[in-house]
Every structure is written in C-alpha cells, then in structure tokens.
Design a protein around this ligand. Structure first.
Ligand code: ADQ
Length: 467
C-alpha cells in the first residue's frame, strides 16, 4: 500500500478526535502513536482493509497539521482554534448536548455563540470529508459532537453513503424538546442513510422525534424524508475486543502485575473495584456513598475488604466536572477518616488514568466490579471486566441505566439512585454461592465473546453498504 496520502478514498471515518496521539521524543522528533480505545481498536482493521482515511481533530488548538499516512490509512487533521475548542467542544458538545442527552442529570447550558461555533466546526469537518471522498464513497460519522455533519455532507455530496453512530443515549422527546435548536439537530442526523444507536429505546426516541418533522414519515426503523430518501434507524450495541482483553489479562506479565497490586493493597480477602472517567453520569457519588455506608455500618470489614476506585480526569475545564472532582475528594476523605486506618485504607481512590495492562491486571484481581452509572450509552467497562475475569467466583453489579444492562442481563442489577437497594445488592453479590456466581459469569462471558467489536463494525457497515 502507498505511504503517501491519497487524493480520494472510498471509505472515511469522521470523529471529533483522531485515532493517534502526537509524541515528541527527547531529540525533538515528532511521531504519532495509536491512541488506545474501543473505537480505534474496532475501526483500525476496517480502515486497513478498505485503505481509507480518518478525519478528526489532533488535540492541539490553534495549530495546523498536514495530512499524513499512518499504519495503512490516511489521517486528515482538522484544525480548531482555542475559542472553537471552548465553544464547540467544551461548550455546545459537553455542556449543552452531553447533559441533555443524559437525562439532564445536570442542567444543560444554552448559549447562542456556542451554537454558532458548533455549526461552523461541523461544516469544516463536512467540507474536509467532501474533499477527500471518492465518488460513491462510504462515510461513517461518529458521535454527538458531529451531529450536523450528515446534513452538511449530503448537501455537498449527494452521491455519498453516509452512516452516523451515536455513542451516548438519545433522550425522550420531553427532554429533547428543551433544545432551542432541536429542529436543526434532527435535520442534521436525517442527512444520513443509516443512524445507529446503542439501544432500541434510543432509536425509538429518535424515530418519534423524526416523525414530528414536517413531511417526514417514520415507523418500524425507517424514516422517509421529503426529498424521497429512506433513512434506517436502528440499534447497534457497541462492544469490545473481547479476545484481546482476555489474552492480555491472562498473560503471565499481567497476572504478575495483578499479584503485585494485590500485595500493594495489603493483601485483602476481597477487592471491590470501580473505574470510570470522572463524569457525573457515572454515578460515582452514589456508589462511594453506598460502599462507605457498608463500611461504617460494619457490614464490610476494612481489614478484609478494600474498595479501589479509579477515576480518569475528564473535561476538567467544564464547571460541573470541577464540582464533581471536589465533591468526590471530600466524600472519600470523610469515609476514610471514619473507617480503616492510615496504614489500611478502606477506600483507595486514584484520580488517574492507567495503561491498558494495569487496567487488565485490576480487572483480573477484582472480586466484585461496580458499574453504576446514572445514565450511560453502553459502558465498556462492564464488558471489559467480563472479558478479563477468568475466575468464575466474580460478580458484576450493574446499573439498569447503562446500555450494557440490556445484554448483560445476568449481572446483579441496581438502580443507582436507590442507595439502600444498591447496598443490599452489593452484599448479595459478595455472599451469593459460588455456583450462582459462576452461572452468571458464564452466561455473560458467552454474550461478550459472541458480540465483539468486530461484529458491531461489520453489522453497521453491512447495513450501510447493503442499502
Ligand atoms: P465513555 O463515557 O468514555 O464512552 P465507557 O464506555 O465506560 O465510557 O468507556 C471508557 C473507556 O475508558 C473504557 O474502555 C475504560 O477501560 C477506559 N478507562 C476508564 N477509566 C480509565 C482509567 N482510569 N484508566 C484507563 N482506562 C480507563 C462513551 C459512552 C459510553 C459508550 C462508549 C463507546 O459514554 O456509554 O460505551 O462511548 O461507545
């Protein structure tokens, strides 16, 4: 395959971020490394097979980076100014759409300047794609930050096959209707030939909205637009590279790392584990409160049990995330001052991101996994735990508000708002018989190994290209 950037390509992915991170070495030379993540893992083989291009922001504001070839496909960096990052990304994407699409857990902020920036940046991504796409090419647009791209791109290039996948939930019409620009956003998505959601409920919410557009009819997963097109609306639950995770977690190196981590934690009898981006959708306040109360009430013995919670810093310039970070620090401090000792903390809270091998080791050593978002499109952590954990004597406590709950039905299900209910379920998950736990784990493992990330990508593209 050629190492130079191609003029036109038959397959394009457009996402807010590129699949690569820039590394500057000690001698000042610049290289690009694949950034680990579900989406990149899923799409890299597809891109290599199809020899396509990826369009996205490279992560540095006010900087223009030339297109380059990486690992079998082209990379087209889209420039963003510092003000656009603030208004399009931190503002409209993460302080307007993100809370609105997650049940308005915090109040969405509406600013007209943010909306202007959102349109402008979406247009720039669409223009870049229109320029790079060969006649009749397939374009796959990712996520809410690029909600308007399908419409803009269709206007510029009606010959293209356009797919859109939403990684986060899609809210019911009653919440969505608050958005001053609701019509424009629905129109934006209807520019696609295929719109994929994480769950049938999200797809149904969108279909109901689409039906309200003048001249649009929508039923049974299909919308017919006034310009005579049919748009397919369907769920495609995303997954993980299950085998990759399993192999990593069961490698000698990672097993040794798990043993060392257990040692570092004081060799507790039971390890409870949680790992999330530090985001208010992930239910951290409720989860930490529930486990803290179990320690305080003596139901969990701090000499026997450790709760390890990792939280990756996220969107740190957005106000609600700063408030959350301070709240969690306070809550953890309060609990640890009441239970455990300096030498023996009940709750080990680490506000950091860890490499994939360390994460796999943590999954491998965790006896009980807590995944308790108050709303989540899917939640990959739940699936990663199942894939990594080879020991049957394990348990997953899962929020019914995560998309993953539709597939991992055998998990110990909780409503994260019900603290007492969550406490009771955590105790049940810890004390159920090994036979019951093994049955649950086996059933969830089957699910996670059958429905992998490749299946997700293949299903989406077969539907899009088969139309
Ligand atoms: P996220 O909200 O980011 O994704 P999630 O699905 O849980 O949520 O994925 C997080 C990823 O980051 C996981 O792969 C996890 O292993 C990793 N991660 C989290 N904390 C980490 C840490 N401290 N160190 C290292 N790695 C860490 C959005 C939607 C989800 C949807 C995904 C994919 O919000 O609902 O499942 O996209 O579609």
């Amino acid at each position: 395959m050629s190492e130079t950037v191609q003029d036109k390509v038959d397959f394009l992915v457009i996402a807010n971020r590129l699949p690569v991170d820039r590394k500057v070495d000690d001698d000042g030379s610049v290289s690009w490394k694949s950034s680990p993540g579900g989406l990149v893992t899923a799409l890299e083989p597809v891109m290599q097979r199809k020899g396509g291009a990826w369009i996205g922001w490279h992560g540095a504001p006010d900087e223009v980076v030339k297109p380059f070839h990486h690992d079998g496909y082209d990379i087209h960096p889209v420039p963003l100014s510092a003000q656009e990052v603030e208004e399009y990304y931190e503002g409209f994407s993460n302080a307007t759409l993100w809370p609105l699409y997650h049940d308005c857990i915090v109040e969405p902020v509406f600013h007209r300047e943010w909306w202007d920036a959102f349109q402008k940046v979406n247009k720039r991504f669409a223009e870049q794609a229109a320029e790079q796409a060969a006649e009749g090419a397939t374009v796959w647009v990712q996520d809410y930050q690029l909600n308007l791209v399908p419409k803009y791109l269709r206007e510029m290039r009606p010959d293209l096959r356009i797919g859109f996948f939403l990684h986060i939930p899609f809210p019911p019409i009653e919440l969505y209707s608050r958005l001053p620009w609701r019509e424009e956003l629905v129109e934006g998505l209807l520019g696609a030939d295929l719109i994929g959601f994480q769950t049938p409920g999200a797809a149904a919410n969108f279909q109901r909205l689409a039906r309200h557009r003048p001249g649009v009819t929508a039923a049974r997963g299909r919308a017919h637009t006034p310009d005579g097109r049919t748009v397919v609306i369907r769920d495609f639950p995303i997954s993980i590279d299950s085998r990759g995770f399993h192999e990593l977690a069961t490698s000698e190196k990672v097993k040794a790392e798990a043993a060392k981590l257990r040692e570092d934690l004081g060799h507790p009898g039971t390890i409870i584990f949680g790992v999330d981006r530090l985001d208010y959708t992930k239910g951290l306040r409720q989860r930490i409160r529930a486990v803290g109360e179990l320690f305080k009430e003596g139901k969990l013995d701090p000499h026997e049990v450790v709760f390890l919670q990792l939280a990756t810093p996220s969107r740190e310039r957005v106000e609600e995330y700063k408030i959350l970070r301070d709240d969690i620090n306070l809550l953890v401090g309060q609990i640890n001052s009441k239970v455990g000792s300096i030498a023996n903390r009940a709750l080990v809270y680490r506000n950091e991101s860890v490499p994939r091998e360390v994460l796999a080791a943590m999954y491998q050593m965790a006896d009980l996994m807590l995944v308790t978002p108050v709303r989540d499109g899917m939640n990959l952590v739940a699936k990663e735990y199942i894939a990594c954990r080879s020991n049957d004597d394990s348990a997953l406590v899962l929020s019914e508000f995560a998309g993953a709950a539709r597939e991992l039905k055998q998990a110990y299900m909780v409503n994260p708002y019900d603290i007492d209910g969550m406490k009771a379920t955590i105790m049940k998950a810890l004390t159920d018989s090994p036979k019951i736990k093994a049955r649950k784990m086996r059933s969830m493992r089957r699910q996670v190994f059958d429905k992998t990330i490749d299946v997700w990508a293949d299903n989406f593209l077969t539907e899009l290209e088969g139309q």
